[in-house]
Design a protein around this ligand. Structure first.
Ligand SMILES: C[S@@+](CC[C@H](N)C(=O)[O-])C[C@H]1O[C@@H](n2cnc3c(N)ncnc32)[C@H](O)[C@@H]1O
Length: 298
């Protein structure tokens, strides 16, 4: 059988996600962290503290900010774009459960990441609330409509690839999945690596957004709104989902909260002729979480 090609999309090429899984399930205190979400997260944080084992999780710095937002808004369902190894699903799924929420849907493109996440979610005792959907996010979003499983998104956490933030938001808008006065979006990494098109969209007035849509070249066969919903529900296979016009009419109230954090990127590497360990210095970066409330629709 041919060896799988590594790296897969969304994973580190040193298989550190799998090393993490082996590490956690070999811990001598495994039974004491079982069904304890905070203890599982603390072990992931410990594992990823070394620069060479850095993990692209929301982490203990920005995580509590979004956790508090969930506690404040008390949604019944949270949708996450980009689940990775399940860190945010454990942190936010636990917060959601504490305020009576029912479903944390984590959308992840990479099945290996999703498998790791499933094991860690199970260990944390959150299997009843967290579901991981394995597919590119636009396909899972369409699945919500096809299966009638979600009629609007109360809380959306965007943390997948930054160039997909805006196309996925456009798809969500076009499918009418946002509800004024209810829906809130929290988008990570808006400053580093940055999601400038997404920020420009959520910060623009409807007229500016309409102009932006006019400038954008969409595929010739693209459907939107009711036509798109009908095509998805009737099971049309090749319906365009990746590049669909958004709905310029949504009114957003949006602001950014900034954070300093360790990037994990090696900025300087010192080696020695005397076989001393390699010293890796990582940089501190400024990042931002954009929180966007849907306040109306024109
Ligand atoms: C920054 S990580 C997510 C971290 C996670 N939210 C956490 O805090 O633990 C980004 C993840 O998004 C996934 N991803 C990238 N593009 C995606 C897409 N189009 N659909 C679903 N998942 C995607 C990657 O495979 C990766 O696991």
């Amino acid at each position: 059988m041919p060896k799988p090609t590594i790296p897969y999309i969304g994973s580190y090429d040193d298989l550190r996600e799998l090393h993490l899984l082996h590490h956690i399930f070999s811990l001598p205190n495994l039974d004491s962290i079982r069904n304890n979400p905070k203890a599982v997260l603390a072990e992931i944080d410990k594992f990823s503290a070394a620069p060479e084992r850095h993990m692209m999780t929301i982490g203990p710095n920005k995580g509590p900010f979004i956790e508090n937002l969930i506690v404040e808004r008390k949604p019944s369902t949270v949708v996450e774009l980009g689940g990775f190894i399940g860190y945010s699903a454990i942190l936010f799924g636990n917060a959601l459960r504490s305020v009576g929420g029912k479903r944390y849907l984590s959308l992840e493109i990479n099945p290996v990441n999703a498998a790791v996440a499933n094991q860690l979610v199970e260990l944390a005792g959150l299997r009843d609330i967290v579901t991981i959907l394995v597919a590119p996010s636009h396909k899972s979003i369409a699945r919500f409509v096809r299966e009638n499983s979600i009629d609007h998104i109360e809380f959306l956490f965007l943390d997948h690839w930054k160039d997909r933030y805006l196309p996925d938001l456009w798809l969500i808008e076009s499918l009418g999945l946002l509800k004024p006065g209810v829906s809130v979006l929290a988008a990570d990494n808006c400053l580093t690596p940055g999601a400038p098109e997404y920020l420009a969209w959520v910060r623009a007035a409807p007229a500016q957004k309409a102009a932006l849509l006019k400038e954008h070249r969409f595929p010739g066969n693209v459907l939107q709104g009711e036509d798109l919903i009908k095509a998805i529900k009737s099971g049309v296979e090749d319906v365009e989902l990746e590049d669909v016009p958004g709905d310029a009419g949504y009114l957003y109230d949006t602001s950014i909260t900034k954070f300093q954090h360790r990037s994990g990127r090696v900025v300087s590497l010192h080696t020695s002729f005397f076989l001393l360990p390699t010293l890796r210095l990582t940089d501190n970066v400024q990042d931002g979480v954009e929180v966007t409330k849907v306040i109306g629709k024109e």
